[in-house]
Write a protein that binds this ligand. Sequence first.
Ligand SMILES: NC(=O)C1=CN([C@@H]2O[C@H](COP(=O)(O)OP(=O)(O)OC[C@H]3O[C@@H](n4cnc5c(N)ncnc54)[C@H](O)[C@@H]3O)[C@@H](O)[C@H]2O)[C@@H](O)CC1
Ligand SMILES: [K+]
Length: 217
Amino acid sequence: MKTISVSEAKAFDLYTMRDVGIPSLVLMERAALKSVENLAQLNWDLTHILVVAGSGNNGGDGIAVARLLKIHGFNVQLLLVGNPEHASIERIQQLKFANHYGVEVIQGGIPDWNAYSVIIDAIFGIGLSRPVSGNYQQVIQNINDSTANTLAIDVPSGFSPETGRELGIAVHANATATFAYAKNGMDSTTGQAFCGQLFVDDIGIYDPQVIQNLQNK
Ligand SMILES: NC(=O)C1=CN([C@@H]2O[C@H](COP(=O)(O)OP(=O)(O)OC[C@H]3O[C@@H](n4cnc5c(N)ncnc54)[C@H](O)[C@@H]3O)[C@@H](O)[C@H]2O)[C@@H](O)CC1
Ligand SMILES: [K+]
């Protein structure tokens, strides 16, 4: 299985948005569509879904997933974590889209984490850059302690694709929908323990070398 580093993943994202010109939101929508497709393939009990969204683009992916699930009539709720002042542009836009569809955003804490049959982990993706602490740590602990099945978006939050281990604490996902290519460390035994069943989803982001080869054909 081809695996890439975080810097490669970021470089491929940038190449796709800047050199190819596919907008970030388009990639985000494709990531959300694929994640919902993966969720449908898992045959899990989908009666009560919680999406936990961070303040970056991983959170943006998660909010888009919540919107799609809402449109399809699922009982889905959204918990926003992180500082809204630091929210990325796309994450703000995704919340606007979700509000248009009336996606329920939970204010305050979660009374019972075991009330959910599925938790979607969209806290951190490849932007994780330091050990998880504070409220994030508590939320990830709650996710791991809950009886729900967990689907991680792109990377289990807190898992470092650089080291293949957790940075402080990481989500133990039952499944992970990663985009473009598997990330380094995901194919190690620890990586598999954190990712669970791995889906590698094509969302239109490719290694530039692959594109060069096509152009030279
Ligand atoms: N436009 C794009 O680049 C795309 C990005 N995508 C998604 O966006 C993700 C990357 O998004 P971002 O780069 O916004 O980063 P993340 O959403 O992974 O992380 C959010 C922010 O958390 C902060 N952070 C990092 N470690 C932390 C810690 N330990 N405690 C507290 N805060 C911490 C960082 O400032 C980071 O920007 C990917 O994993 C993927 O899910 C996909 O939608 C594909 C398109
Ligand atoms: K995640």
